[in-house]
Design a protein around this ligand. Structure first.
Ligand code: 0PR
Length: 378
């Protein structure tokens, strides 16, 4: 830091210079995040100083957080679920496993494991590390969903949790949550559903999937307003069916206005809670349905365009995420050529494929331009 500060004008021009180096979302086809809705940005700015870590000081913000949690719970089949607005899918996943780990630890279990599908997000590798818990990876079926036989083989008396993914990071696939829920109930195992990406999509698809609290075996869900919920970053949400699990996370907070904290983070943004509250109130279910409808229309347009060039998707897209197969080594070549044309795309691990997320910032024009460039490249 310099001894003397700079002028306002100098800072503004510095900021602009940096802003120009950030990419605009326009040609980004690799991101689950998008431009926040205008009303979310407005609410975020209004509550910039609000700290939900000491929520007794920010009662309005706390009310908005509670109401956002209630609205999201209702969307996921249980308006009486318990939880809070987190920093995103990673924190929500950590806290779900943390809660059941604490419960089992208190009951005296020493060694524990959880089972996730091979497609699980890398936040579960962080969980293995932070919580010192074994994370077993179940194989996938042909449609890249968790394979139920593999799951059954991995479960033992030290299994405290099974994780199903509703909207996998790489393929946008939905695990057979109903079947997993039945096993979870039968074996009395906690079931966490990672719907960080899919939570704001699946309820609005034409095809119906059972994945939420309407299934009795589902114990907790993570869902991210800062992905398909059109809120600002950072906004995730963790929900538990039973309040007692949330309180497994409680730490006493002497000298604060509240008696305890259940969040992983101490000082935390009331602004994102306000943004989430505002955008969900503004859009309502119809608004969210329209956004998902348009993303799915463009997803189908992209897939049919690719098919006309003889390129097939790895799986028939379930959500607004497309993975395209190419012959060996083709994926890297295509990716590099697309990047040279200004596109930002990503590549899946196994099977290796070109991955495209049709987030709400992707417009019909964008898809047409992309298809032209793809045709050029192949
Ligand atoms: N669970 C699932 C199913 C996810 O897809 C993600 C993130 C998480 C959990 C973790 O969420 P947070 O990143 O909010 O903690 N999925 C995206 C991904 O890894 C995140 C992302 C978004 C990455 C935009 C890049 C990007 O440009 O692909």
């Amino acid at each position: 830091m310099e001894k003397r500060g700079m002028s306002r004008e100098e800072i503004e021009s510095l900021l602009l210079e940096k802003k120009r180096k950030d990419l605009a979302y326009d040609k980004i086809l690799s991101s689950m995040c998008t431009y926040p809705h205008e009303i979310a940005a407005y609410a975020h700015r209004m509550f910039l100083e609000s700290n939900l870590g000491d929520s007794g000081l920010f009662r309005g913000s706390k009310e908005m957080e509670d109401e956002a949690v209630r609205m999201i719970g209702a969307l996921l089949g249980n308006e009486h679920a318990f939880g809070y607005i987190s920093t995103g899918g990673t924190e929500s996943n950590i806290q779900a496993i943390h809660a059941i780990r604490n419960r089992k630890m208190r009951e005296g279990l020493k060694e524990m494991n959880i089972i996730v599908p091979e497609t699980a997000h890398f936040s579960f590798d962080k969980i293995a590390d932070i919580l010192s818990i074994e994370v077993r990876k179940a194989a996938l079926d042909e449609e890249l969903r968790m394979d139920m036989n593999s799951l059954a083989e991995l479960i033992d008396d030290k299994t405290i949790c099974v994780v199903g993914i509703a909207g996998t990071t790489e393929f946008g696939q939905i695990d057979p949550i109903k079947e997993i829920s039945e096993i979870a109930l039968e074996r009395n195992i906690f079931l966490h559903v990672d719907a960080a990406f899919g939570g704001f999509v699946i309820p609005f698809l034409d095809k119906k999937y059972e994945f939420d609290f309407s299934l009795d075996g589902v114990s907790s869900i993570s869902i991210d307003p800062h992905k398909m919920g059109m809120s600002t970053i950072p906004a995730g949400c963790i929900l538990f069916r039973e309040e007692s699990y949330l309180y497994e996370l409680a730490v006493p907070t002497p000298y604060l206005t509240t008696k305890e904290q259940c969040s992983l983070i101490g000082t935390r943004s009331g602004a994102s809670a306000a943004a989430t509250f505002a955008v969900l109130k503004y859009l309502g279910r119809e608004g969210l349905r329209e956004i998902v409808g348009e993303c799915m229309r463009l997803t189908r347009m992209l897939v049919s365009g690719a098919r006309k060039m003889g390129i097939s998707p790895v799986i028939e897209p379930v959500m607004n995420l497309v993975t395209l197969s190419f012959p060996a080594e083709g994926v890297d070549k295509v990716t590099n050529a697309l990047e040279r044309k200004g596109w930002r795309v990503s590549v899946t691990r196994s099977p290796k494929a070109l991955r495209l997320v049709i987030a709400p910032h992707v417009k019909e024009e964008t898809v047409k331009m992309f298809l032209e460039d793809l045709e050029d490249v192949v």
